[in-house]
Design a binder for this molecule. Structure first.
Ligand SMILES: O=C(O)CCC(=O)C(=O)O
Length: 262
């Protein structure tokens, strides 16, 4: 099955949801004009890392920025995935990626499992308590956010549970962009699935972000990779490629499940 994906590599305006929603709106229009089925945005794209202002900037899922994304999804008939600051009924904050589908619905939501101490997430946010696999119209899709990329067991559990792709909104710093590229490719190759990753660009405080948003196929090839500027890039993937790659090198049948847990 063919799936057209756009990556909205945004230069996030810190602490200014209105400015970032305007950028997301332009990106959704651009992606829709390019024929995209799904637009992926970065991690915390509506606010950036201004966690000290979570009380003012976080929204309950379904409200505020999440409702704005639903409006964009309906208007442009496009699925949208990206993470924003959320709050729950007890006013606890999380880094939440929602898969928003046209027609006024969300297919699922995921709270970042591995909080990134270097950005003080552990001081402000509640970590997620479970992996989330979305039943998308193109097949099962695992949800991950940025630092989660360093934890291969998350990706391998998604693959074992039938994922054909994992979507990763991120704010990955330029200084470690080689880790980003290497880990994304490794996760795609070792799990023989598509890895779809959208980073941001620009600078927030002392941190410069690395861009290089990309889609990686199950063979480790990179059909599209952005540079280090704000841009929307689009590519078409064929999910049937997964069966071809898994037939060529049957790592899932060759796993030593008698020795290791997956
Ligand atoms: O793992 C890294 O190097 C970057 C992670 C990160 O910036 C994040 O999770 O926000």
């Amino acid at each position: 099955m063919k799936l057209t994906i756009s990556l909205g590599q945004m230069d996030i305006v810190p602490g200014d949801p209105d400015a970032n929603i305007a950028k997301a709106s332009q990106m959704a229009r651009h992606a829709s004009d390019a024929g995209a089925d799904v637009l992926v945005l970065p991690e915390l794209w509506s606010t950036g890392y201004v966690l000290k202002r979570a009380g003012e900037l976080a929204d309950a899922v379904g409200h505020g920025v999440f409702a704005e994304v639903q409006r964009l999804s309906d208007e442009h008939a496009i699925h949208i995935v990206g993470s924003c600051l959320s709050k729950d009924v007890s006013n606890q904050y999380a880094n939440t990626s929602v898969w928003t589908a046209p027609g006024g619905r969300a297919l699922g939501q995921y709270n970042k499992l591995h909080l990134f101490r270097l950005m003080h997430e552990d001081q402000f946010l509640k970590p997620g308590d479970r992996p989330v696999l979305i039943d998308s119209p193109w097949g099962k899709a695992g949800m991950a956010i940025c630092y989660d990329l360093r934890f291969p067991e998350l990706f391998s559990s998604y693959a074992t549970d039938g994922a054909i792709m994992v979507l990763i909104p991120a704010q990955w710093p330029k200084v470690r962009v080689e880790h980003w590229k290497t880990l994304l490719r490794a996760r795609a190759i070792e799990n023989q699935m598509f890895v779809i990753a959208c980073n941001c660009v620009g600078q927030i405080g002392p941190t410069v972000f690395g861009g290089h948003s990309c889609v990686i196929d199950p063979w480790g090839e990179i059909p599209i990779q952005a540079g280090d500027q704000e841009e929307v890039v689009t590519t078409v993937i064929d999910t049937d490629q997964i069966d071809d790659v898994r037939a060529r090198i049957p790592v899932f049948s060759d796993r030593r499940t008698d020795l290791f847990q997956f």
